[in-house]
Design a protein around this ligand. Structure first.
Ligand code: FES
Length: 577
């Protein structure tokens, strides 16, 4: 069992000892049919798997893990697959986001507690990507992301339909009387017709693109469809590469530098990516100590056009994006326009520019030229004002130009139940100038900051052909959603932020160009309302939800738990027996 002539990896503290502890660590592992020489000091590669039949977007991950294993064995490593909490966006209640930080703890502690020298993170559905990256970042070992890939394009009545985006369209069409319930039910089976995650530029595709832009995955990771054989090849190559990363001690902290985050923010703008990326990247940066702020999103993304023509901002879907050239083609365009830190290192040991400088664009309708963007100023606009002193966000590429500067009377919903109770009431005093305000849906308020910010419109407006009004809340919205929707208002209503003090009929002003969100009520009146405001009770007296409620940070810093920020490394001092 001597490893004296080889580099000594972390796992040697478990498997490289000739005492009772080494016996124990090796012997029980050998009940899986492993030969003794796998404990000869070779790199032990964890494959962190979020497979679950309750996370349909990740249900093909056992196959994907097998391809990673082939690559690890081939490169002389020892692969060990392990499960972590999986987060299914489509089914979890009250929202998968409530459990992102919990899953990140699971990942962090699983890596640290086990003889793992490097880890491949299998990510797919929305929250599985940030939670795995956050957890791995807090350990700081070599890490490589393999995404599960998007589903094939949805097809309904001979046309393309997109995950989420067309659910909102169909749902509103039913309310407006333009689509029958029978047609609605038919469309259900036409949308999700292969393995993989949402195939719009929703949060899953955005976060897969973010890890590629950060340099945490091999090139092309984000867009290869889940069922394309090239996804399996990528997983195989990732298995090979992680072994080399361990040998070179290429840790996640060497990749997740400030420059990498700035690149990712600009890629997000060029993609028309999800607003959820704001919260997740802030949280990841918090784990590695990079001082990223909400204002960085506005500053860095503002000059960057949206050139990727994908739903919900545009027309096409992820399958088309892959065939057009995917993230590498977008990175190349940014680099050619001086909007890229070209020297940012990536997991394959090359810089991002070395990886992408010759990336082709095969379809200028899907990935537009710089001179013909989908949206001239992409990115995320960060709004401030007396209604959001710590900031709020809006995605201009998904909003209606006519509402980007708007003032209207507020229709106020105290919580999601109040909204559901009243929104279909024909007596609701709503018109095209109304501003819908939803409170108590932030991190503490919901709890978990659910994706309810893109409130459906009152049917009485939909029937009049009105498809968008200004909506404001402390909630998030699905990356597949659209509309003039102000999100992440901070501080949230549940801790007494100004949003808590908006009342029915108040005048609210939105001015995206000047980044302003204003409640047109005298300061003295706001102070009077604040004096009589009472905080919400915690959602549960105990358990994880109470821990979350007591420790979650606000959206402007990424909604991590206060005791989870930072990197705690991978050292474990004590043996188990
Ligand atoms: Fe899993 Fe959309 S529900 S990615």
């Amino acid at each position: 069992m001597s490893t004296e002539t080889k580099p000594k990896y972390r796992s040697a503290d478990w498997f490289g000892k000739n005492d009772k502890d080494g016996f124990g660590h090796r012997s029980w592992m050998r009940n899986q049919g492993l030969p003794g020489d796998v404990f000869d000091g070779r790199p032990v590669i964890g494959i962190c798997n979020t497979w679950s039949e309750l996370t349909p977007c990740n249900a093909h991950f056992r196959d994907l893990a097998d391809h990673v294993k082939r690559g690890v064995w081939q490169a002389g490593g020892f692969p060990v697959e392990f499960p972590v909490t999986s987060l299914g966006e489509a089914v979890m209640r009250p929202t998968a986001m409530l459990f992102r930080n919990l899953a990140s703890m699971d990942v962090e502690e699983s890596i640290r507690a086990n003889p793992i020298d490097g880890v491949v993170l299998l990510c797919g559905c929305d929250k599985t990507t940030p939670s795995l990256v956050m957890g791995a970042a807090s350990c700081d070992i070599p890490e490589l992301v393999v995404s599960g890939g998007p589903m094939l394009n949805g097809k309904y009545q001979g046309r393309e339909i997109g995950s989420g985006t067309d659910v909102w369209h169909f749902s509103e069409s039913v309310k407006a009387g333009a689509m029958s319930l029978k047609q609605f039910m038919e469309a259900e089976s036409c949308m999700s017709r292969s393995a993989g995650h949402c195939m719009t530029m929703g949060t899953a595709s955005t976060m897969a693109s973010m890890v590629e832009a950060l340099g945490l995955s091999l090139p092309e990771n984000a867009a290869i469809p889940a069922v394309d054989s090239r996804r399996s090849v990528l997983a195989h190559m990732a298995g090979r590469r992680i072994v080399e990363m361990v040998a070179g001690d290429l840790r996640i902290s060497r990749i997740l530098r400030r420059e990498a985050f700035e690149n990712a923010i600009r890629v997000n703008a060029a993609l028309g990516g999800s607003t959820n990326a704001v919260i997740h990247l802030l949280a990841i940066a918090g784990r590695v100590g990079v001082p990223l702020t909400l204002d960085d999103w506005d500053r860095l993304g503002h000059d960057c056009p949206t050139i990727v023509n994908l739903m919900p901002s545009g027309q096409y879907l992820m399958e088309d994006f892959y065939y057009a050239g995917g993230v590498p083609a977008v990175v190349r365009a940014l680099g050619e326009h001086d909007l890229l830190h070209r020297d940012a290192l990536t997991v394959n040991g090359q810089t991002i520019w070395e990886n992408c400088r010759e990336a082709p664009n095969w379809n200028p309708e899907v990935i537009r030229g710089w001179d013909r963007p989908l949206i001239e100023h992409g990115g995320i606009a960060v709004l401030r004002g007396n209604l959001a002193p710590q900031g709020a966000v809006i995605k201009p590429s998904a909003a209606s130009p006519r509402l980007m500067r708007h003032a209207g009377r507020a229709i106020v919903f105290e919580n999601i139940e109040d909204y559901k109770r009243r929104i279909e009431d024909p007596a609701l005093d709503a018109d095209e100038n109304s501003v819908l305000v939803l409170k108590n849906c932030g991190p503490k308020g919901y709890p978990g900051m659910a994706e309810v910010g893109n409130m459906g419109l009152p049917p009485k407006l939909l029937k009049r052909g009105i498809t968008d009004v200004v909506r404001i809340s402390d909630a998030r919205m699905s990356g597949t959603a659209y509309g003039t929707v102000v999100l992440h208002v901070c501080p949230e209503a549940a801790i007494g932020g100004p949003l808590a003090h908006v009342r029915e009929g108040d005048r609210v002003e939105l001015d995206v160009e000047h980044r302003r969100l204003h409640l047109d009520v005298p300061e003295e009146e706001i102070a009077r309302r604040s004096a009589v405001w009472r905080p919400l009770a915690p959602p549960m007296a105990g358990g994880y939800q109470r821990l979350y409620f007591d420790h979650v940070l606000q959206a402007d810093t990424g909604a991590d738990l206060d005791f989870l920020t930072g990197c705690r490394g991978h050292v474990v001092m004590r043996e188990s027996h």
